[in-house]
Design a protein around this ligand. Structure first.
Ligand code: CA
Ligand code: CA
Ligand code: CA
Ligand code: CA
Length: 229
């Protein structure tokens, strides 16, 4: 009896030890892309730094930090990728008339293993070229006294446009001396807006402009516009 009491009064310190068993996430899975091919479009006049698309790779290893890199197809350094996020952005001047399509090879790496995908970027045409006359200067001569059969066709000008894949709807018009845009009936010359044919309407001005006109004729139609902006 005495022994039992002694035992219950005794303070028994119990110690429990926890042993933490961790499983380290080994980097044994390569990163992977959802698709083997991604496609995107970008206007040819898009600003530098504009993000075209973001391609994200996944990885079964929680600890894997994925980095992205363009490995081929980036002709002229037109694009770049943010290596932490996979955001592909415009890095150089694009020009639809020079190159309409880029096929980039994009790598995702977890420092040990890597995987690849293809990113096709289509450059979209923008009306970014002004029409250009086939000749910088057009010259013609008109007989001063010849006032028969007016209006008289004296010249035809032709312009072409570097935006070859869009309608070549070029509109011609005249500006300068002898042209009254507010009241065309007062103009000395007229031009066919679609064909570029130029007509003399009034011959009386020739006394004044005969010599000047041959030198400055091209200035009369130095302004030109596309019909489609
Ligand atoms: Ca991994
Ligand atoms: Ca262009
Ligand atoms: Ca263009
Ligand atoms: Ca154009």
């Amino acid at each position: 009896m005495r022994l039992w009491k002694a035992f219950t009064r005794c303070e028994i310190v119990s110690m429990t030890k926890f042993i933490r068993i961790g499983i380290a996430d080994k980097n044994d899975n390569p990163p992977y892309f959802d698709k083997a091919l991604y496609e995107a479009e970008v206007d040819e006049n898009e600003d530098i730094q504009h993000t075209v698309l973001t391609v994200t790779a996944k990885d079964h290893d929680e600890s894997s930090r994925i980095r992205y890199e363009i490995t081929s197809g980036n002709i002229g350094g037109a694009f770049a990728v943010k290596n932490m996020t996979g955001a592909i952005y415009v890095a150089g001047a694009l020009d639809y008339e020079t190159r309409k399509r880029y096929e980039l090879r994009l790598a995702a790496s977890d420092n040990l293993k890597e995987n690849y995908t293809t990113v096709v970027i289509h450059v979209k045409d923008v009306n970014d070229n002004p029409p250009v006359f086939e000749r910088p200067t057009y010259r013609t001569q008109i007989t001063e006294e010849d006032d028969r059969n007016l209006p008289k066709r004296v010249l035809q000008v032709t312009a072409t446009d570097g935006d070859k894949d869009r309608p070549q709807n070029i509109v011609y018009f005249l500006t300068g001396q002898g042209i009254d845009p507010d009241n065309p009936a007062n103009s000395k010359f007229d031009i066919n807006r679609t064909t570029g044919e130029i007509f003399v309407l009034k011959v009386s001005i020739l006394e004044t402009f005969h010599t000047v006109m041959t030198e400055c004729f091209s200035r009369f139609f130095s302004m030109k516009h596309d019909r489609y902006p």
